[in-house]
Design a protein around this ligand. Sequence first.
Ligand code: TXE
Length: 500
Amino acid sequence: MTSSSTPNTLPKAPREFGFWLNGQSVDAGTRDLNTRISPGHDVAVTRIPRCTAEDVDAAVASAKAAFDDRRWSGLSGADRAAVLLKTAELIRARMEEIVYWEVVESGKPISQVRGEVGGCIGMFEYASGLARSLHGDSFNNLGDGMFGIVTREPVGVVGLITPWNFPFLILCERVPYILASGCTIVAKPSEFTSSSTLILAEILSEAGLPDGVMNVVTGPGSTVGQALTEHQHVDMLSFTGSTNVGRSVVNAAGKTNFKKLGLELGGKNPQVVFADADLDDAADGVVFGICFNTGQCCVSGSRLIVERSVADKLTALIKEKMAKVRVGDPLDEATQVGAITTDAQKQTILSYIEKGQAEGADLVCGQGALDLGMGSYIGPVVFGNVSADMSIFRDEIFGPVLTISTFDTLEEAIALANDTDYGLAASVWSKNIDTALQATRQIKAGRFWVNTTLSGGPELPLGGFKQSGWGREAGIYGVEEYTQIKSVHVEIGKRNHWVE
Ligand code: TXE
């Protein structure tokens, strides 16, 4: 593992943002401000208002008014598409600004964030086509006296709660699809990483999105997020975050208006490597799958499950590659692994590194916390000889900690892969098509990769099986998720009277 450090260009003073209400930025005024310290540098980078419950009410009222008067849902798909396409163009124009604030707030490596924002542009472009092609169905087979039409209608006001690990990407895996459906939005970004969401709201407005269609409230989850989940006028809530808060979101929906829910929660995702795989490719994929975003990724490949006969060889390849991973300053273009985004997350990861040793797993490589003279860093750690009863095998660590377990048969591999409460993602590495397809069919996961990992695009949906969540985002599935279905029965000709 090598560390890199180049001169940073950090903000001289923190940038102050307002929250976004009815097409306008609203300054903090008398509200408290949350100062964000860059996790990669320990420098104050942004100041963001802590909204109040009244602000949440105002934002929901704005989104409700915009939905009820049909200023957005009443437009043609073509007109909605034009706004989404223009947004893509404006994101491209402001890409470096979005990338910069995202990097300093999150500690993600700059080259990685640039790739993510590029992907987000693709999401808006693709969703613009979906705004035009969204359609229902018809039934012309109900006899001469009846015609049936099935329409898709936008659900209404959508509350959108997002986490700190992919602030812009997770937002853009949802916003363009929600807008394509005709819904209006109140977004609540993570209190640690709100700036890119606020910049997107500004861009949408400039692209011609009517006022009130996109609103952003900022501040802590326990107050602002909770108020959104409990709000009677939020018709649907999309939540991405921890399983615990996911549970409280389900309870809040049940206690209030039974709002529709979309949930993307945790994952403990298997990387299953068979003896006939290209081991060099697999090693690279496994290292990428656990180091990408410092392992703070719901789809991280955190459990390597490898056929015993090649386990030593693959472990040696992984160790060799891990030694070359560049951990360092998020603003350095060469950095591959940046900072740990929050202090709480750092403590969680370090506690699991201790637990792994206490549970008797072999420490294959990695030293844990790194002192780079600034910020908060953890180098990748690999544990071998891990059994299914260890907490490092079972719990989502959400950090660069890989476990290695072995199997002898396909059945054992599938059983180990499925031995988790989660079902978000999985990868299988094999050059045998029968093996790869059998594993793909039998492992329970919403996203699957064969001989690769963590790839994706706007066409393919995402979401989880089991306790990883409900519903799907992105693709046409992501637009349909934000619609509800109405069936319309049309009588043709004279009614057959009930009363003689
Ligand atoms: O998530 P939280 P945290 C997992 C991962 C991580 C753990 C904790 O294992 O270690 O969760 O991360 C808002 N009502 N994932 O604590 O708290 C909060 O403000 C409504 C997996 O940061 O769930 C933020 O906007 N909202 C995951 C969002 O919820 C509330 C990504 C997520 O924060 C709230 C992130 C409440 N009571 C963490 N409390 C993934 N699937 O990618 C908080 N929030």
